[in-house]
Design a binder for this molecule. Structure first.
Ligand SMILES: Nc1ncnc2c1ncn2[C@@H]1O[C@H](COP(=O)(O)OP(=O)(O)OP(=O)(O)O)[C@@H](O)[C@H]1O
Ligand SMILES: [Mg+2]
Length: 235
């Protein structure tokens, strides 16, 4: 397994937000993390990228991630695309992409990855001099993903990539995510409220309710079970 959580707990101050999660993601795989508002999806991604205090066991490529600062987790190849996207609105598209590679020294490979991001997202190339704050919602989401790719990640954590986007844009974006996964072999951990969509993209899925895993299994099996869909996913 590339990423494995066992009895993972996470805290905001004294308050426990995750009560012992188990989940795993294989090398190059796609895992969807589903659940309603406040279920603990974002907190799970924060626990992985070292932004909240966590306990239990959490390993990535055989190394424990617990207690590592965010920069170090990023350097291990884990890129986090946060909720609300986190791009620098006053900087241009290209400046934002370079910022994604700020910890890297290998200038030639950075240049190659920039070309790769532009190939993957041609809209970003034609808008490369434009300020990020003036991009459309869909373009900003692409920029956030592009910036994460500049880290040369092995694993990407995506927090509600579909949020606020029109259905057609979302479909396109998810098709690109699938391509990134296939062509670059980047593993994806995708947090979504849009369960239908996420289950089409992912191989396996995990449903959270108030900080606990209430259901996990193959995405296809979950999507095919109407009772499960109704009781856990509300569609
Ligand atoms: N900074 C914080 N301080 C204190 N409690 C927090 C903080 N962030 C989140 N929580 C609490 O932790 C729980 C899980 O929140 P989290 O943001 O992980 O949910 P989520 O599944 O991502 O929800 P959403 O779909 O609304 O984004 C919630 O009860 C929330 O109120
Ligand atoms: Mg969230």
């Amino acid at each position: 397994m590339m990423l494995e959580a066992r009895a993972l707990k996470a805290y905001y101050g004294e308050s426990e937000a995750l009560h012992g999660l188990d989940f795993s993601l294989g090398e190059g795989g796609i895992l969807a993390l589903l659940g309603a508002n406040g279920a603990g999806k974002t907190t799970t991604l924060r626990a992985i990228s070292g932004m909240v205090r966590a306990q239990g066991s959490l390993t990535y490529e055989g190394k424990s991630l617990l207690g590592r600062p965010s920069e170090e987790v990023a350097r291990l190849g884990v890129a986090h695309v946060p909720e609300g996207r986190g791009t620098f609105l006053r900087f241009s598209v290209e400046e934002n992409l370079h910022l994604g590679a700020i910890t890297r020294r290998d200038r030639t490979r950075v240049a190659r990855d920039l070309d790769q991001v532009y190939a993957q997202f041609p809209q970003l190339y034609s808008r490369r001099r434009q300020k990020a704050g003036t991009l459309s919602g869909g373009e900003q989401q692409m920029l956030a993903i592009g910036r994460a790719l500049m880290l040369e990640p092995r694993l990407m954590l995506l927090d509600e990539p579909s949020f606020g986007l029109a259905p057609r844009i979302v479909e396109d974006l998810f098709a690109r995510l699938k391509e990134l996964n296939r062509e670059l072999g980047v593993a994806l951990l995708v947090v979504e409220q849009n369960a239908d969509l996420a289950l089409q993209l992912a191989e396996s899925a995990c449903v959270l309710e108030t900080g606990r895993v209430v259901l996990s299994g193959r995405a296809r099996t979950i999507a095919a079970d109407e009772t499960v869909r109704r009781s856990y996913l509300g569609y």
